[in-house]
Design a protein around this ligand. Structure first.
Ligand SMILES: [Zn+2]
Length: 462
């Protein structure tokens, strides 16, 4: 039995998914799941032990419906065992591409893949970007973090493509001042632009303020952080382009991309089996719960029923637009965890964001904003006003938000001239200084690489 991704099967699925239909995608999932489970049991000590402890033989897992028998694995579970135990037998870790993610605890977690696995993932990202309208010969730019060495020695395939004029990309470091980034982009004149929503909206502001007219991509692809409706409008307006959103993670890779008709995410069903679970049981359509994913084509270090710690809303079995993919209605919980409040209460910043979004039609003065939890019982909303608001306008927003925050928490809205980026160059729409609370820093550097860097928006970052 071969113990690697099935290139022919994947190519077939990626190229012909529209013609194969839903049935074939489900059959593809089952077939590749059986292959992955048999491999993990036979070759990966961590999963061998997990299966044996739970009394599961690989033959018990015939289809996605059987998946629930396998216990869920978290990042902490994988960290707790020696790296060697998470690797497939015979794989030399030194030959793998290592993708580092930063953890809030300061302990890094490294996702490892073979060069081949990494390239296969490009197919899925390319498929999504082509769906958005990107063309192979486009000049693309991505504004993201530089991460060292990822492709520098191994990117010969990409270099060849670039030399031939395909998938050209300029990578721009998002930690540079926005004026400088705008200057670089003005010279490069990208036909497609990718990046973190926070960075893109900051650039949009800079472009709008400077009156710069030189950056006109056909499309903008945002990912890796919450893209609010306002951010989307702002980016679309400044660049005169359509804005799309996609969704992935280091561990599970391409998870979904926005449907152009419905605005939901098409799940990348032929790449990852997505389960949306509430207390271990499948959530119903419209319910927002935790995402657990199985990466169908990761063999060197498998991720089977891996808890991503993202909250998403379940969509439908197939998309209303006619594509054969299931949908994720919304991705809201990622990168922001609930604020831990007094008396064991939790508040998800998304609740505040939701109200601001609704109010912002009426309150056009609200520019960029950030929700900051300073103490367990103190939350500050920092707003960069577009124009000076009246006292009554400020009061109306405060009054709308105070009940959400609760009486036992001090709430204050302050106007600031600007909101600085985080140390990594990312903008955080919500941020907690309460130490026990894991905030978005934990997820920095994960899906961002797809959104801002590596995949179809561009090219090598090495
Ligand atoms: Zn659709």
């Amino acid at each position: 039995m071969s113990t690697g991704p099935d290139l022919v099967g994947i190519l077939h699925s990626v190229l012909r998914f529209r013609r194969v239909g839903r049935e074939a995608i489900l059959e593809f999932q089952n077939r590749h799941l059986r292959r992955l489970v048999a491999h993990a049991y036979r070759n990966v000590p961590y999963y061998r032990r997990l299966f044996e402890r739970s009394g599961i033989a690989p033959e018990d897992i015939r289809s996605v419906a059987d998946l629930q028998a396998i216990p869920i694995t978290s990042r902490a579970d994988l960290r707790a065992v020696p790296v060697q135990d998470t690797l497939a037998r015979g794989v030399n870790p030194r030959r793998l591409i290592a993708l580092r993610t930063s953890g809030s605890s300061g302990e890094p977690f490294i996702v490892r893949r073979t060069w081949f696995e990494e390239r296969l993932q490009d197919l899925y990202w390319f498929r999504a970007s082509h769906y958005f309208g990107q063309q192979a010969r486009d000049r693309a730019a991505s504004v993201g973090r530089r991460h060292e060495g990822r492709f520098s020695k191994r990117a010969w395939d990409r270099r060849i493509l670039q030399a031939l004029g395909f998938y050209r990309r300029l990578h721009v470091d998002c930690c540079m001042p926005p004026e400088k980034i705008v200057q670089i982009l003005s010279r490069y004149r990208p036909e497609s632009l990718g990046g973190y929503p926070g960075t893109l909206s900051l650039l949009a502001e800079t472009v709008a303020a400077s009156g710069c007219r030189d950056i006109h991509p056909r499309l903008v692809i945002a990912g890796a952080q919450v893209l609010t409706r306002r951010m989307r409008e702002q980016i679309a307006q400044a660049f005169g382009a359509r804005v799309y959103n996609w969704y992935g993670s280091r561990e599970l890779n391409c998870i979904g991309w926005e449907c152009k008709e419905t605005g939901e995410f098409h799940t990348c069903d032929d790449n990852v089996i997505v389960e949306i679970l509430k207390d271990g049981r499948p959530a119903g359509p419209g319910e927002s719960r935790e995402l657990v994913g199985t990466a169908l084509h990761s063999f060197a270090v498998p991720f089977i029923r891996y808890r991503l710690a993202d909250v998403v809303t379940k969509g439908s079995e197939t998309c209303a637009c006619g594509e054969p993919f299931s949908t994720i209605r919304d991705v809201q919980g990622r990168v922001i965890d609930p604020f831990s409040l007094p008396a064991g209460r939790f508040l998800h910043p998304y609740e505040i964001i939701g109200v601001i979004e609704v109010m912002s039609d009426e309150h056009a003065w609200i520019g960029r904003y950030q929700i900051l939890q300073e103490r367990k019982d103190s939350i500050v909303l920092r707003v960069v006003p577009r124009v000076e608001p009246t006292h009554e306008e400020i009061l109306r927003v405060e009054t709308a938000l105070r009940p959400i925050v609760g009486a036992d928490v001090e709430f204050q809205m302050i106007l600031v001239p600007e909101i600085e980026l985080g140390a990594s160059g990312k903008f955080r729409i919500a941020h907690s200084l309460v130490s026990a609370c894991r905030d978005e820093s934990d997820r920095e550097g994960e899906p961002a690489d797809q959104a801002a860097g590596d995949a179809a928006t561009g090219q090598s970052t090495g």
